[in-house]
Ligand binder design. Structure first.
Ligand code: HEC
Length: 258
């Protein structure tokens, strides 16, 4: 068969027209028995491989469901939304003065648009025939710069996040069959002093839940007055009688939970 008779040319932008004949790769017809029809042979094989991969992936996601956070709660002002780790660099970028406030458009459109636009336009901007890194210094430098900034921004962002505390705080709230007696005099005291942080059902919001607490009644009374760790002191400003009602209320809810 003559070269090229089978019409199997594939355009390759990197092969210049005046290349010597000896450099041009051989025609596929010179590999008898090692070619196959695109349809159905090749395509079916591709699909089969794709299906095996997809089903494997599906099994994996079923076996290890993604750790979802709790239900979205628009009244929870203490919730700090954070992107997943692979978008942290964009999040971190918005903390810089030149990319936030009055310049927020630079942060959300300008810089990312320039970076992704350059990536899109790379084939048109970088048309040199060489493919080796040292033949394309500008493209290589840009890529290294982008890579370093992404890694660096992700790193600085992740440094300020206590992932474990965040995961704990945003854990889905388990359905509870605890009934809160709103007629309990301690409930009003709780509502006025503690609910904002510890939740309307003691389930915890920005502060840990008070259900299942290991503290005794005396300790809770002390914590209400003096705080503990990151809970500030003097949160409770009522009378001793109200404090007594409050602690009794918290303990009674805890008894239900046991
Ligand atoms: C400003 C928010 C806020 C308010 C209001 C608040 N707490 Fe807290 N509370 C916290 C935080 C935060 C912690 C976690 C402290 C730590 O261990 O770092 C905490 C922890 C506690 C603990 C210990 C929980 C445990 O199991 O470790 C108790 C008990 C407690 N609070 C009781 C109360 C009571 C009672 C009130 C109402 C008088 C109250 N809190 C009001 C923020 C608050």
């Amino acid at each position: 068969m003559h070269r090229g008779k089978g019409m199997k040319f594939v355009g390759d932008s990197r092969v210049s027209a005046d290349r010597k004949a000896s450099q041009i790769p051989k025609d596929y017809s010179e590999y008898p028995g090692r070619t196959e029809a695109f349809w159905p042979n090749f395509l079916l094989k591709e699909w089969l491989a794709g299906a095996v991969f997809l089903i494997g992936f599906l099994c994996l996601t079923l076996a290890h469901p993604s750790p979802l956070e709790g239900m979205a709660d628009p009244t929870n002002a203490s919730y700090i939304p954070l992107p997943d780790w692979y978008f942290l660099f964009l999040y971190e970028l918005l903390k810089y003065e030149f990319a936030s406030g009055d310049y927020i458009l630079i942060g959300i459109l300008g810089i990312p648009g320039l970076a992704f636009g350059a990536l899109l336009l790379a084939p048109f901007l970088d048309k040199g025939p060489g493919r080796r890194p040292h033949q394309r210094p500008i493209a290589v430098i840009m890529m290294l710069l982008a890579l370093t900034s992404v890694i660096w921004l992700t790193w600085t962002s992740a440094e300020h996040v206590d992932w474990e505390a965040r995961a704990e705080m945003n854990k889905p709230i388990p359905p509870s069959n605890i009934e809160i007696n709103k007629d309990d005099p301690g409930y009003a005291v709780y509502e006025a002093n503690c609910m904002g942080c510890h939740g309307d059902a003691l389930q915890g919001v920005s502060a840990p839940p008070l259900i299942g607490t290991e503290h005794t009644a005396e300790e809770i009374a002390k914590i209400a007055r003096e705080g503990i760790n990151t809970m500030p002191a003097n949160i409770f400003k009522g009378t001793d009688e109200e404090l007594d009602q409050l602690v009794k209320f918290i303990m009674s809810v805890n008894e239900q939970a046991e």
